[in-house]
Design a binder for this molecule. Structure first.
Ligand code: GLN
Length: 553
């Protein structure tokens, strides 16, 4: 009884996209979530991805953007990273839903006679399973409001069942469900005028599914004038005040501040007949961060050396969004602006002398990655950073290659390598774990890496220990290979410190050089960038930026 009563009161906000993809539904959703949180509500964000992949792990980051790994190990879409960053929440496996996940579950249930002989159909069985997952996510967070972003654009074939599930939820709970449409208003070059028609058509299409938007967020290169606000309002049956102007702005962290100018928070609460639990400026903490980010004048030049950068016309910033944001957060709080230069490591392979250009940078980062391309160039860059005492931060592959470089050039094992590239090397210093070997032999690639949050213990007196100010930490992983335990003692004897290890000491989690040898030469087997948040920058990124700043002086 109590549970029913509670569920009745639970609110759902669905965010859908109109006209075209890439208009910033994820940022809009995250910003709305942040605003409602600061008005005193517990909000759980959910991302729905309509593709048939069961998770995002098997997708190429150069096509789909970064794979964002949750504590649980679930490999998800980069929007989940936006939610975690904006809303400072740790999301769980119930908070990400793909069509593949839903279909797989329903088909397996059918195979096990879970539908007791019934004919199993898209409607109602898929839609009911979708709704069950939404409710389960809300329960797992014990939240007041669920914020559900439906991937894709209105008019796509793939997301129809999700919109249908949302429609049914609204029919059953008319007071508790609202729809926000994030749409796009183009300004054709020849006309120089903002056009509302595509948005009107998108709303009609949504109407044809039986859904009426309550709020329209009008994205565009320019702010929306009153005349067009009115036009959209009348054509789309939405109150004028509920049409929000969302012009392009330089920082995604400004979006929530911009939305609040139009009082989107109160608008949503009014639609739910609710009142803010917390009075005052809903974004005070956030504005402080945004101010800090804007008032920094001094710049740091950071080179990000890697191999992904030559893959057609994908957007780099999407493939490495968490790394970029993590660098920004720590830099801003230190009062500096990072200037990132993406360097294709193949340049160094073609012309080894070019590696000297790295002397023009204040710090060097090698991010995560897979495969062989450009790796010798990366190793040259790492060597340059080590020998020239330029602060270096290696993330996952960047840590493994740091160990390879050290083994080759300090221990003198000239063909040392990772098994990922040369398993026949006489010193495979980065090797595959037995359980991973089995997966690969059986052709199993989905969700088979070491994934998600694992504990590590830190060695006192090291950079890592000082940065975290703790003896144990938890960080998220996504990799198949590990530092080979066979060589650990020999490598340590030559000066590389393993400052973080798994609690049983078997797996190397952090490698670094002591302070008296190098100002900052550190790599992590995990991905610290996944836990960096605007208001809570990651300690290791901050330690790196501090070292970079010191070197600059
Ligand atoms: N390719 C390496 C591995 O699988 C590193 C992975 C990564 O950087 N995410 O272990």
């Amino acid at each position: 009884m109590d549970k029913n009563k509670k569920q009745k009161k639970h609110k759902y906000i669905f965010v859908v996209g109109g006209v075209m993809s890439g208009v910033g539904k994820g940022i809009a959703s995250s910003s709305i979530g942040k605003i409602l949180q600061n008005k005193g509500f517990k909000v759980n964000p959910i991302k729905v991805d309509p593709y048939l992949n069961v998770d995002a792990g098997t997708m190429n980051p150069t096509e789909h953007g970064e794979t964002f790994v949750l504590d649980s190990g679930l490999e998800t879409d980069q929007d989940m990273g936006n939610y975690e960053r904006f809303m400072n929440v740790n999301l769980g496996p119930d908070d990400y839903i793909t069509s593949g996940m839903v279909y797989k579950y329903v088909i397996e249930k059918e195979r096990n006679l879970g539908y007791r002989g019934k004919c199993v159909e898209a409607i109602p069985h898929i839609t009911e399973e979708i709704t069950r997952r939404w409710k389960r996510s809300a329960e797992s967070h014990d939240s007041d409001i669920s914020l559900i972003e439906i991937g894709g654009t209105i008019g796509d074939y793939q997301n129809i069942l999700f919109i249908e599930a949302a429609r049914v939820l609204k029919i059953k709970n008319p007071q508790d469900v609202i729809f926000v449409m994030v749409s796009y208003l183009p300004v054709p070059g020849v006309l120089g005028e903002m056009k509302t028609r595509p948005t009107q058509n998108a709303v009609r299409q949504l109407n044809s599914y039986g859904v009426q938007p309550d709020i329209i967020i009008a994205r565009g290169s320019h702010p929306l004038d009153y005349k067009r606000k009115e036009k959209i309002a009348i054509a789309c049956s939405v109150a004028v005040d509920n049409v929000i102007s969302a012009p392009d702005i330089s920082s995604v962290y400004d979006v929530s501040i911009n939305f609040e100018k139009d009082k989107i928070g109160d608008m949503i609460l009014k639609a739910f007949h609710m009142r803010a639990k917390v009075k005052g400026d809903a974004l005070a903490d956030w504005k402080k961060f945004v101010d800090v980010s804007k008032n920094t004048k001094k710049t740091l030049r950071i080179a990000v050396v890697g191999k992904y950068f030559d893959t057609g016309d994908f957007v780099l910033s999407d493939a490495y969004i968490s790394v970029i944001e993590a660098i920004k957060f720590s830099s801003y709080w230190k009062g500096v602006k990072p200037e990132l230069t993406w360097i294709n490591s193949k340049e160094y392979e073609a012309d080894p002398k070019k590696v000297k250009d790295l002397s023009g940078y204040d710090g060097i980062i090698v991010p995560g990655g897979f495969g062989e391309s450009g790796i010798e160039g990366v190793l040259m860059a790492i060597r340059y950073a080590r020998e020239n005492k330029i602060p270096y931060f290696g993330l996952c592959y960047g840590m493994q290659l740091m160990v390879v470089e050290y083994a080759r050039n300090v221990l003198g094992w000239s063909d040392a390598h990772t098994a990922e590239i040369n398993p026949k090397s006489s010193h495979v210093v980065i090797d595959i774990m037995p359980e991973q070997k089995k997966n690969l032999e059986e052709g199993k690639y989905g969700a088979t890496m070491r994934l998600g949050s694992y504990e590590a213990k830190l060695l006192k007196g090291t950079h890592a220990h000082k940065a975290y100010g703790a003896e144990t930490i938890n960080e998220r992983h996504r990799h198949r290979y590990e530092v080979n335990p066979e060589y650990v003692e020999e490598i340590k004897a030559k000066g590389l410190v393993f400052s973080g290890t798994s609690p049983d000491g078997r797996l190397m989690e952090i490698a670094e050089l002591p302070k008296d040898v190098h100002p900052f030469f550190l790599g992590t087997q995990f991905h610290p960038e996944l836990k960096a948040r605007p208001l809570y920058p990651h300690p290791l990124f901050t330690a790196f930026i501090e070292a970079v700043l010191k070197g600059k002086k």
